[in-house]
Design a protein around this ligand. Structure first.
Ligand code: ADP
Ligand code: MG
Length: 281
């Protein structure tokens, strides 16, 4: 069962705070979960619930204000050694929600896709790097596009460029932050299939972030539900969708918003101390 599997990422009592003093706002409170090697771990919650904050904290883009993030058993939040930092940069990648804003408009696609390699594989010559870029674009179904600019591409193609940029460094762990939310319905399945294909082929582990359960239940092995910065439920994808315990999970499943947040808090003891924090936006 689960405990025999190799643990890749462990999040323990994680807390992330924006701002300080009177303006301090705890966007993530006491989050705990484990991601096993090779699985797709889903993180689902409505807009503003803290999903991106968790993803960015794991990626070390955001500082943490409490708890631990462990990668292969080593703590990676806070101050870490240069060697570990290099390892994490190479092995963890992020795919962003909005393919319109996440690509540098002034750079050619080949540069965007190959940029990460300069850091991670300084041993490669320019020609070797170009070859890897060519292969990465081929892998995502965009051959021969290296010398073009992002604005020449559709949303789906731009997201493929983002995926090529992540894959080129051969990461073990990818945080996909709502990678299909901004895409047309017609191409969502293609991008999901591409991500799934890469996982099968390369054994990649995903933290897959989404705001609705409809897609998540089909692609995730396990799902954590986050509500106002707290993980309120965590279970296998099938179990969660068939036997949701937390009322917020049920509301996501039925897509009916909870009418009264105070009533909801009464139902769930773990949410009681959320009162008084800033509302969602
Ligand atoms: P999600 O990804 O689930 O939509 P986020 O993690 O982006 O949610 O945001 C969680 C909460 O943190 C929200 O209330 C949001 O307004 C707040 N937040 C996000 N980024 C910042 C920031 N840079 N400064 C202050 N508050 C922020
Ligand atoms: Mg987000």
């Amino acid at each position: 069962m689960a405990d025999e599997r190799e643990v890749l990422v462990e999040v323990k009592n994680l807390e992330v705070t924006y701002g300080s003093g009177r303006k301090a706002y705890k966007a993530v409170k006491n989050a705990n979960f484990t991601i096993y090697k090779g699985e797709t771990f889903g993180l689902v919650g409505e807009s503003g619930s803290g999903k991106t904050t968790i993803g960015r904290a794991i990626m070390r883009i955001l500082p943490t204000s409490g708890g631990q993030v462990l990668y292969k058993g080593q703590q990676i939040n806070g101050k870490i050694s240069h060697a570990l930092d290099r390892q994490v940069i190479k092995e963890m990648q992020m795919i962003f929600q909005d393919p319109q804003s996440s690509l540098n408009e002034r750079a050619k696609v080949g540069y965007i896709v190959g940029e990460g390699l300069m850091n991670v594989r300084p041993d490669l010559s320019a020609a070797e790097r170009d070859e890897k870029v060519r292969q990465a674009l081929l892998d995502v179904g965009l051959p021969e596009f290296a010398s073009r600019f992002p604005h020449e591409f559709s949303g789906g193609q731009r997201q493929r460029i983002g995926i090529a940029r992540a894959l080129i460094v051969e990461p073990e762990f990818i945080i996909a932050d709502e990678p299909i939310s901004a895409l047309d319905m017609s191409i969502r399945a293609q991008v999901l299939n591409l991500l799934r294909h890469m996982q099968k082929e390369r054994g990649i582990t995903y933290l897959f972030i989404a705001h609705d359960l409809s897609v998540m239940r089909y692609i995730s092995d396990r799902i954590a539900v986050i509500h106002k910065g707290r993980i309120v439920e965590l279970a296998g994808a099938e179990e969660l969708t068939a036997h949701a315990i937390h009322p917020y999970t049920r509301s996501l499943l039925s897509a009916i918003p909870m009418p009264d947040p105070r009533r909801e808090r009464q139902k769930s003891p773990e949410n009681r101390n959320c009162s008084g924090h800033r509302g969602e936006n």
